[in-house]
Ligand binder design. Structure first.
Ligand code: TYD
Ligand code: ZN
Length: 403
C-alpha cells in the first residue's frame, strides 16, 4: 500500500499493519453494535519528511461526535500537568499588554480554567459539545468549531492576533494538519508561538507502544518531522522538550520564520533522532515485528491462564484498548470485563472486541487473579490507588510481563 504524505505529498509506504479496526473511542452501548465502523489501520512514514501517519482517511465527523467520551481532567496527574502548563505560559509568554491565548481542542477546560482564573483573554476551540459545556462551567470561553485556516482567520478578525496558540494531545489528531499550520501563521502575532504537546515517536518506538495508533492519531510526531512540516508552512521549530506524560510526549514550540532563535535542545534532539533512525521507515517495519511478538505472547498468556481456570480482568479503557484487543483478537472469552473510572464509558463496550466497561468498584468486589493494565501510561497512579489488589498485574508494554 502506498499513499501520498498529508504534509508534503511525498511517498508513504505502509509499514505497520494493525488489522481491521473500529474507532478507538467509539465505546458503543451494547445495543448499538450493528453498524460499527471498521477501517484498515495501517501506518507508514513519509520518505521525504519522515512524518508518521495513518494511511486511511477517517472522516472527522465520525470521530468527534457529541458523546466523545474522553475527559482530559480524569487523571489527577494530567490535571496538575495542565494547570502547570497554564501557569508557565502565563509567566513566560502571556506577559504583555492584554495578552491573548487560543487553545485548539480545549476539551473540558483543564488548561484554560487556570488562564480564565488569572483573568487573561483566551478562547478554547472545541467541536465536541459535551466537553465544551464542561469547559464553560469552569468559566472558559469556547468557540464550538474545528480549528483550521478559516477559523483562524475569523478568530483574528474578531479578537486580534494571538500571543500563544496551544494544543495538547489534539494536533496530531487533525488530519488537515497543513490547514492548522497555515491557520497558526494567520492567527499568531509577530512574536507569537504555537506550542503543542503530543505523543512522541521516540517513546512509541522505544516502548513498542503500538496501541498508540488508532483512528484519532492521524500522525505521530518527531522533532525531525515537525521541523520539516513547520518549514513548509513558514514556521520555525524553535524549541522541543521531552515530557513524561501519556507514556512519553514531546512539547514543540513553533514561531514565525526568523522571529526566534532555536534552542540547543532542537539540534540535540535532531541528532539523537538520526542516531536512533527515527527518520527511517525501516524503524516502523521493525516496530511492526515487535508488535506481532507482543500480540502472540499476550494471547498465549491469556489463553493459558484461562486453561488454568484463572480469572482475568482488564484495568482502564483508554482508546488504546480498542487497538490492542482488536489487533490481538481478544474478546470476553479471555477478558470478561474491563473497569474504568470514566462514567461516560461505563455500561458501554470496547468497540469491535465488545468487552464490557464497568466501574472500578466492580473490579474491587470481583477480586480477579490477574488484571491486564491497558491504561499503562497511568500505571503508577492506578497501582497506588489499587494497592489492595491481591492479584497480579499483566503489562504488555514494552513487552508482555507479569508484575
Ligand atoms: P488516557 O491514557 O488518558 O487516554 P487515551 O484514551 O488517549 O489513551 O486514558 C486512561 C483511561 O484510564 C481513562 O479512560 C481513565 C482510566 N483511568 C482509570 O480508570 N483509573 C485511573 O486511576 C486513571 C488514572 C485512569
Ligand atoms: Zn511528507
Amino acid at each position: 500500500m502506498e499513499t501520498s504524505c498529508r504534509i508534503c505529498s511525498g511517498p508513504v509506504k505502509g509499514s505497520i499493519d494493525l488489522g481491521v479496526q473500529p474507532r478507538g473511542n467509539a465505546f458503543p452501548k451494547p445495543d448499538q453494535l450493528a453498524g460499527e465502523f471498521f477501517y484498515p489501520l495501517i501506518v507508514g512514514m513519509c520518505d521525504s519528511c519522515a512524518m508518521v501517519q495513518l494511511m486511511a482517511e477517517i472522516p472527522q465527523e465520525v470521530r468527534y461526535h457529541d458523546e466523545y467520551p474522553y475527559r482530559a481532567s480524569n487523571s489527577t496527574v494530567h490535571s496538575e500537568h495542565f494547570a502547570g502548563v497554564a501557569r508557565r505560559l502565563l509567566r513566560t509568554e502571556l506577559t504583555g499588554h492584554d495578552p491573548f491565548i487560543v487553545e485548539i481542542g480545549c476539551n473540558d477546560g483543564v488548561m484554560l480554567a487556570t488562564v480564565a482564573d488569572a483573568g487573561v483573554r483566551h478562547l478554547g476551540v472545541e467541536p465536541s459539545q459535551e466537553v465544551a459545556a464542561l469547559a464553560r462551567s469552569k468559566g472558559v470561553r469556547v468557540l464550538p468549531r474545528f480549528f483550521d485556516e478559516e477559523t483562524a482567520g475569523e478568530i483574528r478578525a474578531g479578537h486580534g492576533p494571538a500571543d500563544v496558540i496551544f494544543g495538547a494531545n489534539v494536533i496530531a489528531h487533525i488530519s488537515h494538519l497543513d490547514s492548522v499550520l497555515k491557520g497558526a501563521v494567520t492567527l499568531l502575532g509577530p512574536n507569537g508561538v504555537f506550542v503543542f504537546e503530543e505523543p512522541y515517536l521516540g517513546a512509541v518506538v522505544e516502548q513498542t507502544a503500538f496501541d498508540l495508533f488508532y483512528d484519532e492519531h492521524s500522525f505521530v510526531f518527531s522533532v525531525s518531522s515537525i521541523r520539516a512540516a513547520a518549514r513548509l508552512f513558514g514556521l520555525d521549530l524553535v524549541d522541543a522538550e521531552p515530557l513524561a506524560i501519556h507514556g512519553g510526549s514531546m512539547r514543540y514550540t513553533l514561531a514565525k520564520r526568523g522571529a526566534r532563535l532555536p534552542t540547543a535542545a532542537v539540534g540535540e534532539l535532531l541528532a539523537s533522532e538520526r542516531a536512533r533512525r527515527l527518520d527511517r521507515p525501516a524503524t516502523l517495519v521493525e516496530l511492526n515485528r515487535r508488535a506481532e511478538r507482543v500480540r502472540d505472547e499476550l494471547t498465549a498468556l491469556l489463553t493459558s491462564l484461562r486453561a488454568d481456570g484463572k480469572r482475568v480482568a482488564g484495568y482502564g479503557a483508554p482508546a488504546k484498548i480498542t487497538t490492542v484487543t482488536n489487533y490481538c483478537g481478544i474478546g470476553t472469552e479471555l477478558i470478561p470485563y474491563v473497569c474504568d473510572s470514566t462514567p461516560s464509558k461505563q455500561d458501554r463496550v470496547v468497540a469491535g472486541s465488545h468487552i464490557p466497561v464497568v466501574a472500578p468498584s466492580v473490579f474491587r468486589e470481583d477480586r480477579p487473579d490477574y488484571a491486564v493494565l491497558f491504561a499503562w501510561n497511568h500505571a503508577k497512579e492506578i497501582m497506588a490507588k489499587e494497592s489492595d489488589f491481591a492479584g497480579r498485574w499483566i503489562l504488555y508494554i514494552p513487552e508482555v510481563h507479569i508484575l
